[in-house]
Design a protein around this ligand. Structure first.
Ligand SMILES: [Zn+2]
Ligand SMILES: [Zn+2]
Length: 320
């Protein structure tokens, strides 16, 4: 697409740079402008300038999902430009008040992780750690809330395809004119996106079943007419379908590995499994690691292959 440009915006996170896509067919649209840091702002401004635009010229800001490496700086862009903001309706509460979202997560996941076998102190650290990053985002009011199938006109029509799993309210944007999809963090070329657990949209006391919904959303993106993917990090995805199948396959193999592990060991907590799968995990990786393991246990539960018992408030999984 001639009138779409990719800007690689620096982030303070381990994932490295985030891809911001700029559409210039009708006015100026930015998709995922980046985190709220000065260096991200400078790179965004310089990238727009190279195409003859300034931050103040932005007409629309599109957000693929409510993670701060993608949306953190969006409010600053809006303040300077008066741009309209667009995101999926399941993302709006998180975007509007990321601190409230963080508080809800802390309150829910501290006892939840303990029930999954995580020692109290480690559970406390795991839910508190993200606090260090809360500065990299500003609350963002969403002007247009999307649902699956909605069309956003940015000079070309982009269809919003709802792909929850990596995050609630995740959307891929598929232009009508070309066989491509802007996939956010739903599909990436070099990373298997983490099906992070979070508090379910619209609730305070229920978690998402992130991996089952993620795998369903991979099936959804395979039905979309798009050969090539433009992800939120890293290189272009030359074979979107093939990459989606690769990720499905990866999760299938991991699920069977966990089933075998439980079969050999007997009843295990999710934390036992995580420690065996990822020994010596640093504290920062405990939450993503637990999300991954619990996701696979959810799949086994949905397939009716595990029995869950509870003793002293701690859950153990055994094969049926
Ligand atoms: Zn993300
Ligand atoms: Zn990301």
């Amino acid at each position: 697409m001639d009138d779409v440009h990719k800007l690689e915006i620096p982030t303070p996170f381990g994932v490295g740079r985030v891809n911001c896509y700029v559409f210039t067919a009708d006015g100026l649209t930015v998709l995922d402008p980046g985190p709220a840091t000065e260096s991200a702002y400078e790179k965004l401004a310089a990238g727009l300038d190279a195409h003859g635009f300034a931050v103040a010229d932005v007409d629309r800001v599109l957000i693929t999902h409510p993670h701060m490496d993608h949306f953190g700086i969006a409010n600053r862009v809006v303040e300077e430009s008066g741009a309209r903001t667009v995101a999926h309706r399941d993302a709006t509460r998180h975007l509007a008040d990321p601190i409230e979202h963080f508080d809800r997560e802390q309150a829910f996941f501290r006892p939840f992780l303990k029930a999954m076998g995580v020692p109290e102190q480690i559970a406390g650290t795991a839910v508190t750690l993200p606090e260090a990053y809360t500065d990299y985002q500003e609350p963002l009011a969403v002007d247009r809330e999307l649902t699956d199938g909605d069309i956003v006109d940015v000079g070309v029509d982009l269809t919003a395809v709802h792909t929850p799993g990596h995050a609630p309210g995740s959307v891929c944007f598929v232009p009508s004119t070309e066989s491509v999809a802007f996939t956010g963090d739903h599909v990436l070329q070099h990373i298997s996106p983490n099906p992070l657990l979070t508090v379910a949209p619209g609730t305070d006391d229920e978690r998402t079943r992130s991996l089952p919904s993620y795998l369903d959303s991979l099936d959804v993106i395979r039905t979309v007419e798009a050969a090539v993917g433009h992800g939120g990090h890293g290189e272009t995805i030359p074979d979107l379908n093939g990459r989606a199948e690769e990720i499905l396959d990866h999760h299938h193999r991991r699920k069977e590995r966990i089933a075998d592990m439980i079969d050999e060991t007997g009843p295990m907590t999710a934390y036992d499994i995580m420690q065996e799968m990822f020994p010596d995990l640093p504290a920062t990786e405990v939450f993503p690691g637990m999300s991954e393991v619990i996701g696979h246990l959810d799949l086994l539960e949905d397939e009716d292959r595990v029995a869950i018992s509870e003793e002293d408030g701690v859950k153990r999984y055994a094969l049926r």
